[in-house]
Write a protein of this length. Structure first.
Length: 279
């Protein structure tokens, strides 16, 4: 099977009640390279990486360990600066840490002495959001992610999946136009991961947020994304961008059986090599 590089950008409708004008391009990465230098050696993490992500698009990034997937997210977040090339967020050059993004990590990183609600509202405290606005938004997200009834529970009283739901609410509290996700479900069991994949698909459709997801799971990438970026071993570069060609609303079981899904996962697995691809 041969798949051409896909450069199509899907432009979804704005979420209900959102009348803001947003640029067509959310993330623009142009000819980026990242090199780390130490006394003992120089390491090139990324080289010649270019990627454009449309507003409201869901893009997944897969590749072997150490290929620079997480480094790419840090560039978009402004936590790292490229050694060469440019990164732009909504047309503005990224020169330092950005406050208009959400970031979800592999571990929920909740504060053990704060309840689920207060962990979510930590974002508001850091950003100095108006208290009433933050509380209303937290209530919306708690309802959206199925956390009702667990608002006052502490992290040790929550399952791993629920902790990740809290972390996702925290990342979305300030309505970021771009959400960066670095293996957020990697440590969860298969059933919980499947449930959260379905939740994430629904949340993405309802909010219109642009999502960049790093994952080692080919099936997760193809289930969630409009396009999947396949990266090479270090120094990481883009091998191919695979368009998935599925409708935005995706039933998990039905999607797994669709020929487009099977073809995409098979093709990506071939690009990565069976030995290096986790699923």
């Amino acid at each position: 099977m041969t798949m051409a590089k896909d450069t199509t950008v899907r432009e979804p409708a704005a979420p209900a009640g959102d009348s803001r004008e947003r640029p067509a391009t959310a993330v623009d990465i142009e000819d980026v390279a990242v090199r780390f230098r130490s006394r003992k050696r120089d390491v090139t993490a990324l080289t010649d990486v270019s990627l454009t992500v449309g507003t409201g698009e869901f893009v997944a990034i897969v590749g072997p360990s150490g290929c620079g997937k997480s480094t790419l997210l840090k560039l978009v977040a402004g936590l790292l600066r490229p050694s060469a090339g440019d990164v732009r967020l909504h047309g503005e050059r990224v020169d330092g840490p950005r406050h208009d993004i959400g970031y979800a990590f592999q571990r929920a990183a909740l504060l053990e002495w704060r309840s689920a609600r207060r962990n979510i509202l930590l974002q508001a405290e850091i950003r100095r959001m108006p208290a009433a606005v933050a509380r209303r938004r937290a209530d919306e997200l708690i309802a959206m992610t199925g956390l009702e009834g667990f608002e006052d529970a502490y992290p040790h009283e929550l399952s791993g999946g629920m902790q990740q739901r809290v972390a996702l609410c925290r990342a979305l509290l300030h309505r970021p136009p771009v959400l960066l996700m670095d293996e957020p479900f990697g440590a969860l069991d298969a059933l919980t991961r499947e449930q959260l994949n379905m939740e994430l698909n629904r949340i993405w459709r309802e909010t219109g947020t642009t999502v960049l997801l790093v994952t080692h799971s080919i099936s997760e990438a193809c289930y969630l994304a409009d396009r999947v970026v396949v990266m090479s071993p270090r120094p990481g570069t883009i091998t191919e961008i695979v368009g998935i060609g599925l409708p935005a609303e995706r039933d998990y079981t039905e999607t797994m059986g669709r020929p487009e899904f099977r073809e995409a996962t098979s093709h990506i697995r071939g690009l990565l090599g069976a030995a290096s691809a986790e699923d």
